[in-house]
Design a protein around this ligand. Structure first.
Ligand code: CA2
Length: 386
């Protein structure tokens, strides 16, 4: 059984006691209990430790060697200053995920810099206590099936994780585009569970990061990145470019449909002719209609922020590509009517469309590799790429 160490630094003992406006109402005890439960769900185990003392944290990191498989650390304000902690994390040579509960990039400028960031595998911030759950999942899926990360551009967010099935190939491949309303705290680790599951089903996964709002993204940069990431598949001889699917969750569902329709677009600001055209587009609880999203203020102004005062050429539906839409009827972030309406319009426009609705599922069920809804979607992807 894999074992992870969850470390919390200075002032995190005050969780739930002070500043609930920023850090929420759960206490440190609550957080540590959640971490144990989240690890159990992954078939793993955690130990937790909190200290206000830099030296005690360094000692705990040293002692983690050969005992733990990875570390999740919220070093509090030491994250912004402590080269000693950075050295300790580097020296211990375990996979480390740095977590911040608050959005440290949207607060005082001194919080935006982490001296730990260069030595950790991932920094997760601005997702509340759930950030620890994502951190544990990241460690779990990195251990279960380590990805190879490739740059498809020069910006640090122009990267994607390739996970190949076992065996010689050429393999079919599914591009994954994460959601999070294009905002910077939400990164491609959201799709790690699906990425691993697809690879174990014989479909390579190409889990894409892209520039997001708050970090250089929005129209057109995000779309430029999606186009470049899809075309970057041509660089891998081991992939079968006749058998490509592109799947996106939530706001990434929009990106997936956009990517699939690229061969129909007057490309203008987003560059060149597509080099790869997918055989299947998959929208998972997708934001399929930007106009309705603006009208209903979906994601608290996210679409207006994404458009940055302009608009996106939307020649779809139809995309001209076979389309699968999956949605949970209990989705309170993106209503299931988005998928139903899109399906109606796309069929009327001549696309081949399949819809999978699930009575019980919520918004995040679609990116939970353990749900029956995802299993149905995954089986359809495998079949479409057979
Ligand atoms: O967002 C996070 O998780 C932080 O790591 C929390 C640290 C903070 O120094 C980092 O910049 C971001 C501190 C957490 C608790 O700090 C308090 C300060 C005043 C009142 C209550 C808690």
């Amino acid at each position: 059984m894999r074992r992870y160490l969850v470390l919390n630094g200075p002032n995190l003992d005050l969780l739930g006691v002070r500043r609930p406006d920023i850090y929420g109402t759960a206490t440190l005890d609550d957080l540590e209990a959640h971490c144990r439960a989240w690890a159990r769900n992954l078939g793993a185990e955690v130990r937790t430790f909190q200290s206000n003392d830099e030296g005690a944290l360094i000692d705990a990191i040293h002692q983690a060697r050969e005992v733990f498989d990875g570390i999740v650390i919220n070093a509090g304000a030491l994250s912004h200053t402590s080269y000693a902690l950075a050295d300790a994390l580097e020296a211990v040579a375990l996979p480390v995920v740095e977590v911040h509960i608050s959005n440290v990039r949207a607060r005082e400028t001194w919080r935006a810099t982490s001296v730990l960031a260069p030595v950790v595998a991932r920094t997760i911030y601005g997702r509340g206590l759930e950030g620890y759950r994502w951190a544990l999942r990241f460690l779990h899926f990195a251990a279960a099936r380590p990805p190879d990360t490739f740059a498809y551009g020069t910006h640090p967010d122009q990267v994607a994780d390739l996970r190949l099935p076992y065996g010689p190939g050429p393999h079919p491949v599914c591009v994954l585009l994460h959601g999070g309303f294009w905002r910077d705290p939400w990164q491609r680790d959201l799709m790690d569970g699906l990425a691993v599951d697809l690879a174990s089903r014989g479909v390579a996964s190409w889990n894409v990061e892209y520039r997001r709002l708050g970090a250089g993204g929005g129209r057109p940069a995000t779309l430029v990145d999606v186009a470049a990431a899809v075309d970057a598949l041509t660089g891998f001889g081991v992939l079968d470019l006749e058998r490509v699917a592109v799947a996106g969750h939530s706001a990434g569902g929009f990106l997936a449909l956009w990517a699939a329709s690229r061969h129909r677009l007057d490309l203008g600001e987003v560059g060149s002719e597509p080099e790869v055209t997918p055989r299947l587009a998959v929208s998972l609880a997708g934001v399929t209609d930007l106009d309705t999203a603006v009208d209903t203020d979906l994601g608290n102004g996210a679409v207006t922020a994404f458009l940055r005062g302009g608009s996106v050429a939307m020649p779809f539906p139809p995309t001209g590509v076979k389309t699968l839409l999956a949605h949970g009827e209990r989705d309170s972030d993106v209503p299931a009517t988005f998928s139903l309406e899109y399906a109606r319009a796309a069929r009327a426009a001549g696309d081949a469309v399949e819809v999978i609705m699930d009575r019980e599922a919520g918004h995040m069920s679609l990116i939970d590799e353990s749900t029956s809804l995802w299993h149905q979607v995954a089986e359809d992807i495998v079949e479409a790429l057979a």
